[in-house]
Design a protein around this ligand. Structure first.
Ligand code: MN
Length: 190
């Protein structure tokens, strides 16, 4: 883990994304950023060991325990990336619109470092939209460099099986209340 890959992929003269350093002390923030890049996905980021460990979820997180979502591990991001919402210029890495879809804190149910390295992590989310017990589990590929995980909701009082998913009923930014179209049409960089 570390931010070398994050920094290498970005030209900070061109993108409004923050340059960041790994932090010595680790908090327990998490964010989900809806990212309308070449392919729409949701970036699920959890603060662990001073950085935001990150996964791209093509089909969005779900509160329905039967929806096991593919979550592709991507490069760690700086903790400063958490509040980011805005437009990454076309042609830059991840070019497209970013909406801060959820934010909050997470609490590991078991040892987080060990769990992450072993490829199985159970945790409680206390976000504005995602709440309750979740599991991230690495899919077992023969390739040890395999970076795919599954994210799913465990059964508890926060699980929801409604037809309308949480991303459909609550599509707005938790920071600004805007839709992704409104952010894309704006010139500001929140
Ligand atoms: Mn992304």
């Amino acid at each position: 883990m570390g931010l070398a890959e994050y920094n290498k992929k970005r030209d900070f003269k061109k993108t409004p994304e923050p340059r960041g350093k790994a932090k010595a002390a680790s908090g327990r923030s998490f964010v989900v950023q809806k990212h309308a890049a070449r392919q729409l996905h949701y970036d699920f980021r959890m603060e662990l060991e001073g950085v935001l460990t990150s996964c791209a979820i093509p089909k969005a997180p779900s509160l329905d325990p039967k929806n096991k979502r593919l979550a592709m591990e991507t490069e760690d991001n700086p903790v400063e990336y958490g509040p980011f919402e805005g437009i990454i210029p076309k042609g830059e890495y991840g070019g497209g619109t970013v909406l801060l879809w959820d934010r909050g804190t997470w609490t590991p149910v078991e040892d987080a470092k060990k769990g992450y390295r072993a490829g199985r992590l159970k945790f409680l989310l206390d976000g504005e939209k995602l709440r309750g017990l979740f599991t991230l589990v690495k899919t077992k590929g023969r390739d040890t460099r395999d970076r795919s995980w599954l994210l799913f909701k465990d059964r508890d009082d926060f699980a929801k099986t409604a037809k309308k998913t949480i991303v459909e009923s609550r599509p707005e930014s938790v920071a600004t209340g805007r839709s992704i179209e409104e952010i894309a049409a704006s010139k500001d960089r929140v």
